[in-house]
Design a protein around this ligand. Structure first.
Ligand SMILES: Cc1cc2nc3c(=O)[nH]c(=O)nc-3n(C[C@H](O)[C@H](O)[C@H](O)COP(=O)(O)OP(=O)(O)OC[C@H]3O[C@@H](n4cnc5c(N)ncnc54)[C@H](O)[C@@H]3O)c2cc1C
Length: 426
């Protein structure tokens, strides 16, 4: 049932990405007037470079389902588990640690080049106003003058730097990994269920790979796999500067696999890029920003998604965070009724998200960017013996708050290992 007073409330969102389009569509369904200003057309996105590996776990997928935003669920490959491997340090190409565990429910990755053009059309179908606009301060002022609430969800766009860094919440000051993605077809399957295959190569970086749905031709889609490389700066996987063409990018990807994770090379050696735009390389500085921007006029704008919470992709949480943030903001907006969206409400809303959820995701993600302490290596090795421990670690990706119970404290980790080993059948 729509409320006529609330129906008149107008909200503007800058940035048609995971957070902006999702929240925009959900608010339209509640009778809000929503304008989204974004700087790339659906066609440009579809035909452009990949932006992310965007793997999402079930709790975030469920939010999309609840809002009728799961248009590709039937077509997208389903990833049922997490596998984890560490190679032996002798360079022999053997695994020192290996386990795999089922997720409680499957996860999926729909290429943002497929999803965002589809969601833009859906947003307009639900009655939203979609503006093609590269938003700067004058455009923010105009949006703030004409709407009761402006959310800045510009992802990693230059504009989000108007929001200031929260130093206390941002312990890292520089990129901790050199990132690269390769979207490929032709990968051989495992003889067990589909996994996010996570390989940790000490001192070198991480390689993970999982199935996804990507673009194919003008309008079609196809299944693929996404290779994600996370190279320690200055190490042998920090090697993308010399790569100039898509062919060289694929060659470099396979060379890394052959050298460091030969079991992944064995099933990838015949892979081809899905398309010349199915590659990207770059760096990200993880940071948390303050949620409120004061414009020269004194009007306030509130950050959402990556604009306020940028994590390294090592734990695959960014799109998940953006989605859970959209849900959190949606609840707060609806609960606000007819009251003003003032600065205090903006800060309270973000602090509740940060303190209740995001802080633990940030802490866990950042912890994986420095060499693991011995007890974490022991924990990961113990999971090889204990399926129940492996399951607990794997399912933490659904809601990383669970890691706070044991990941950061050696004594708690030891207690967990002891309990899990004791529970094993004799
Ligand atoms: C290499 C890599 C791998 C990743 N892998 C994963 C993963 O596996 N799982 C996961 O959960 N997350 C992953 N992420 C993170 C995830 O992609 C982001 O966290 C997520 O897309 C953030 O959503 P958002 O809506 O905040 O921003 P975005 O989805 O980036 O959307 C921002 C939008 O704002 C628009 N915009 C920017 N500036 C302006 C402007 N001035 N005016 C108007 N519009 C503007 C952009 O065009 C874009 O449409 C990965 C990121 C990277 C870089």
């Amino acid at each position: 049932m729509q409320n006529n007073t609330i129906a008149a409330r107008s909200i503007a969102i800058v940035g048609g990405g995971q957070a902006g389009l999702l929240l925009g569509c959900a608010l339209l369904d509640q009778g809000y007037q929503v304008t989204i200003a974004t700087n790339r057309t659906g066609e440009e996105i579809w035909n452009g470079r990949v932006m992310s590996s965007q793997f999402m776990f079930n709790p975030a997928l469920q939010i999309e389902r609840n809002w009728g935003m799961d248009q590709w669920e039937a077509d997208c490959p389903k990833t049922e588990g997490i596998s984890f491997s560490i190679p032996t340090p002798d360079g022999s190409g053997n695994k020192a640690i290996h386990w795999h565990a089922r997720l409680n429910a499957y996860g999926q990755s729909v290429d943002q080049r497929v999803k965002m053009p589809g969601w833009m059309a859906e947003f307009e179908r639900r009655g939203g106003e979609l503006r093609m606009e590269n938003v700067g301060v004058p455009e923010l002022e105009a949006l703030a003058a004409g709407h009761e609430l402006v959310l800045l969800a510009g992802g990693k766009g230059e504009i989000v730097n108007l929001l200031t860094r929260n130093d206390e919440r941002s312990p890292l000051r520089q990129p901790m990994r050199q990132l690269a993605l390769s979207y490929v077809s032709g990968m051989k399957r495992h003889d067990y269920y589909e996994c996010v295959n996570f390989n940790l190569i000490p001192g070198v970086g991480e390689y993970f790979v999982f199935p996804a749905l990507t673009t194919h031709g003008a309008n079609g889609t196809q299944a693929c796999d996404i290779m994600v490389f996370e190279g320690v700066p200055g190490g042998p996987m920090d090697c993308w500067g010399e790569v100039k063409t898509p062919e060289q990018h694929l060659e470099k990807s396979l060379e890394i696999l052959k050298t460091f994770v030969p079991w992944e090379y064995a099933r990838s050696r015949d892979c081809q890029l899905t398309d010349a735009n199915g590659i990207i390389a770059g760096r990200i500085t993880p940071q948390v920003r303050n949620p409120v921007l004061t414009l020269p006029s004194g009007r306030k704008v509130m950050g959402l998604g990556d604009a306020v919470l940028v994590n390294d992709p090592i734990t695959g949480q960014g799109s998940n965070n953006a989605t859970k943030s959209a849900q959190h903001y949606f609840d707060a907006i609806c609960a606000r009724g007819t009251q003003r969206f003032d600065e205090a409400w903006m800060n309270q809303t973000f602090d509740a998200l940060y303190n209740g959820y995001a802080e633990k995701v940030v802490r866990w993600t950042n912890s994986l960017l420095t060499p693991p302490p011995d007890y974490i290596v022991k924990l990961l090795a113990t999971a090889q013996q204990s399926p129940s421990l492996a399951s607990r670690i794997a399912n933490g990706f659904n809601d990383p708050r669970d890691y706070a119970e044991y990941w950061f404290d050696e004594a708690a980790a030891e207690r967990l290992m002891a309990a899990e080993l004791q529970a094993l059948p004799a």
